[in-house]
Design a protein. Structure first.
Length: 426
């Protein structure tokens, strides 16, 4: 690079953008006068890598003018077009390359990248396979193909290639850690112990926030709650802005029966980000388990202020109201501010229970029947509905509900008992 190019980067570091533009223009002019192809190519590559795509494009266009015999300028121009989401322009450049070109494998890999950007995964795979016919076992191509399989959901194929690359002497050159990539594939397919085995091989200095989160959640999945909480606590300490970690750390502590510690984590999460409705719901559940219903309801109210139709929060709030015998409040809630939600079966069930407790049995029956249309495969609902029907003496509907339940689980003790005791003599 010439002196003006170095001055440009220095001006950028000092946030002197007008001066940087002047130095950029002077650098191109100086390179052209000196016909410094090598220096300008180095400058163009530095611009490209630093993300100054328009400036890199100008540099490569000048190189194409200065040294038209080198095909790589077109390849780099195509890459820049693709990076700038001008994919069709990039494709037009790439498709002009002849198959006899020494750069053709690179062209095929760039084409694969372009087609992947467009969501044409099969075409992308075809281009990479074509490149591998020219350069068998080329690790860069194997890595690109593995990443394509990973992105397109072909996790077994991706795993095979990642494992092959692990044994390659260039395994340290990849932009992402192969152990982390392998773990992600195994996590997605539910093979959590395999995922853990790879993540435990990652050097501590190479762990990212995402990989630590992945490791913590994997431990949680195999019920290693102490290890999960240790890893996730480490993540929260190192990266307090990693919001998802608070939920899973709290869950790991809760599963370990460390309820107060779990609550402290959720309150810490709320302090870090007071706009996460899920944090308030999680805190509310912990307050319920700690027998503090008033605090739980406060947390749920905050969640509903953020997301008024958040079903989990609303159902938990209704359960708290029902537990306290506030049945009329539940009915009033759905006749007032939440009236538009009553078409949802989960809410219809709650309102049915509230009317039943208020001894408004005909109204309760209407809501139970409406909820039954959608919840006829929910055993908890079927059990509750059957008990209401027994109390009401509605043998015809009871027979329908019992038949439905036994279709789902023919060996269920409760419904077989109801059938024998209540329906056999009908």
């Amino acid at each position: 690079m010439n002196n003006e190019a170095e001055k440009m980067f220095e001006a950028i570091r000092e946030n002197e953008l007008e001066a940087a533009q002047e130095h950029f223009n002077d650098s191109l002019r100086e390179a052209y006068v000196a016909q410094d192809i090598e220096g300008l190519a180095e400058f163009a590559e530095s611009l490209h890598q630093a993300g100054f795509l328009e400036e890199a494009r100008d540099a490569y266009l000048l190189l194409k003018e200065m040294a038209p015999q080198f095909e790589e300028w077109d390849l780099f121009l195509a890459e820049i077009s693709i990076d700038q989401n001008r994919v069709e322009e990039g494709l037009d450049i790439l498709l002009q390359f002849d198959q006899s070109s020494e750069l053709y494998p690179n062209v095929l890999m760039t084409l694969a990248d372009a087609y992947q950007t467009m969501g044409l995964y099969e075409v992308s795979e075809h281009k990479l396979m074509e490149a591998l016919k020219i350069l068998p076992d080329e690790p860069v191509l194997l890595y690109a193909l593995a990443k394509l399989y990973h992105t397109s959901g072909k996790y077994q194929q991706a795993t095979t290639l990642y494992e092959q690359l692990l044994n390659h002497e260039t395994k340290e050159m990849w932009s992402e850690n192969l152990y982390i990539l392998l773990a992600d594939c195994h996590n997605i397919t539910g093979e959590f112990e395999k995922a853990i085995s790879y993540l435990e091989q990652v050097d501590q200095s190479d762990h990212t926030s995402d990989s630590l989160f992945q490791l913590g959640v994997s431990y949680l999945q195999i019920k290693e709650y102490t290890r999960a909480s240790q890893v996730l606590q480490d993540l929260v300490s190192k990266d307090p802005d990693y919001m998802s970690a608070y939920l899973y750390l709290s869950l790991a502590l809760e599963e370990n029966l460390q309820l107060e510690e779990a609550l402290d984590v959720m309150l810490e999460g709320i302090e870090s980000d007071p706009y996460q409705a899920a944090f308030y719901v999680s805190a509310a559940k912990l307050y319920v388990r700690l027998n503090q219903p008033l605090e739980a309801e406060k947390q749920l109210q905050r969640a509903l202020e953020l997301e008024p139709e958040l079903m989990e929060a609303l159902l938990l709030k209704i359960d708290l109201m029902m537990d306290q015998g506030r049945f009329q409040e539940v009915v009033d809630l759905f006749e007032g501010e939440q009236k538009e939600l009553l078409h949802q079966p989960a809410y219809e069930w709650k309102v049915a229970q509230a009317h039943n407790q208020l001894e408004e049995f005909e109204i309760a029956a209407t809501y139970y029947d409406r909820a039954y249309q959608e919840l006829n495969d929910d055993f908890d609902f079927l059990t509750d509905y059957s008990q209401f029907l027994i109390e009401e003496g509605n043998q015809q509907k009871l027979a329908e509900v019992v038949t439905r339940a036994l279709m789902i689980d023919p060996d269920d003790f409760y419904f077989n008992e109801v059938k024998e005791d209540r329906l056999m003599n009908e």
